[in-house]
Design a protein around this ligand. Structure first.
Ligand code: FAD
Length: 322
């Protein structure tokens, strides 16, 4: 079922999750261990991230340096198919512009369509370091809006080459939004104007970047509505569990950690996980009371902190543990 149908039909807030595929050489059973815990909470859908290739250097025994270019976390489509088959939950594979030609993207969409996967989150990705060769052959999508347009073209039966009587796909398309502004955008208003273009091109719903200050989310939603964006805007949350998150999360995700939270963690670093769970629980309560359509948890490795938060929320029967 499409994500947007889940939201349309929901009689209470939806709790969803995002996981990452294992590192190359890892085992799918690592992910199934997490999913075994997550599915007890009846998630309507689970996202699986996609990862562009990265370059890394290996020093060989003779002292020379060898450059490798690899996707560290392949397997998004296979994992989504396995999840759908094993758990009956709707998977939402992320597709990214970065590192994929339009031709490769079309092939991936054909595979997803054959697998009966109804949803895609269309994301730009971030530019790799200069060592990764980009787009040797073929054309490419530069911004997420270009990827959304490619998916909508296929939904209209338009493939990259003219094909007579081509089958129309029927993907629901999610896009990303940034309550604290995307780091490249000159200001929030300009970023929201770009987001509106992305939604108008076919984005059915928005999932936000993680944030720790609910005011940023509510301000963002108000501004989106003023700009004419009407689709659901789902808050994405991560539970802070370690003191080093105070530096790591702002650096990698371009967000602010409120002073009250950082001071509490610095004063009692061994208790960071409990502080993070309590903070996130209060965030969820306020977000849901403020009308958020659900909460999307960035689980990354271990889902336990997010599940601890959910256990503390006054949610209805559909989210309660099976
Ligand atoms: P875009 O919507 O393309 O926006 C990027 C920037 O360009 C913004 O500043 C925007 O204002 C600007 N812009 C947009 N359109 C135009 C235009 N036409 N001309 C000029 N400027 C424009 N990364 C991964 O690698 N894999 C993942 O699976 C993944 N999942 C994510 C899921 C979510 C919910 C979020 C919030 C992020 C995710 N990311 C992922 C990170 C994402 O790739 C980065 O945040 C990236 O920098 C931006 O992606 P985007 O889709 O928002 O880009």
């Amino acid at each position: 079922m499409k994500v947007i149908e889940h939201y349309d039909k929901a009689s209470e807030p939806l709790i969803s999750f995002e996981i990452i595929p294992p590192k190359r050489g890892g085992s799918v059973s690592e992910v199934f261990e997490s999913l075994d815990k997550i599915v007890k909470y009846n998630p309507p859908f689970i996202d699986v991230t996609y990862h562009a290739a990265e370059s890394y250097f290996e020093e060989l025994p003779d002292g020379t340096i060898k450059r490798h270019i690899k996707r560290k976390r392949p397997g998004t489509i296979g994992l989504c198919a396995a999840m759908k088959h094993k758990y009956g939950v709707d998977p939402v594979p992320h597709l990214i512009c970065e590192g994929f030609t339009k031709e490769e993207t079309e092939d991936a969409l054909i595979e997803l369509n054959y697998l009966g996967i109804d949803n895609v989150l269309a994301i730009r990705g971030d530019a790799p370091d200069d060592n990764v060769p980009r787009y040797k052959n073929g054309t490419y999508n530069e911004y997420a809006i270009d990827l959304v347009s490619q998916i909508q073209d296929m939904n209209d039966g338009k493939y990259l080459e003219d094909i007579v009587n081509a089958h129309e796909t029927n993907f629901c398309v999610g896009v990303a939004g940034y309550p604290e502004k995307h780091f490249e955008a000159p200001n929030l208003d300009r970023d929201i104007a770009r987001l509106k273009e992305k939604v108008d091109a076919g984005g059915d719903y928005i999932v936000t970047q993680m944030f720790f200050d609910n005011d940023a989310y509510f301000r963002f939603v108000d501004k989106c509505r003023e700009a004419g964006i009407e689709v659901p805007i789902v808050p994405g949350l991560k539970v802070l569990t370690r003191e080093r998150h105070l530096n790591f999360l702002p650096k990698f995700f371009h967000l602010n950690i409120p002073k009250a939270l950082s001071e509490e963690v610095i004063a009692d670093p061994d208790n960071a996980q409990n502080i993070g769970i309590e903070w996130s629980t209060q965030q969820c309560i306020e977000l849901l009371e403020g009308g958020a359509p659900g909460i999307h948890f960035y689980v990354m490795g271990d889902p336990t902190p997010a599940l601890d938060v959910i256990d503390k929320l006054p949610l209805g029967a559909t989210v309660k543990k099976k």
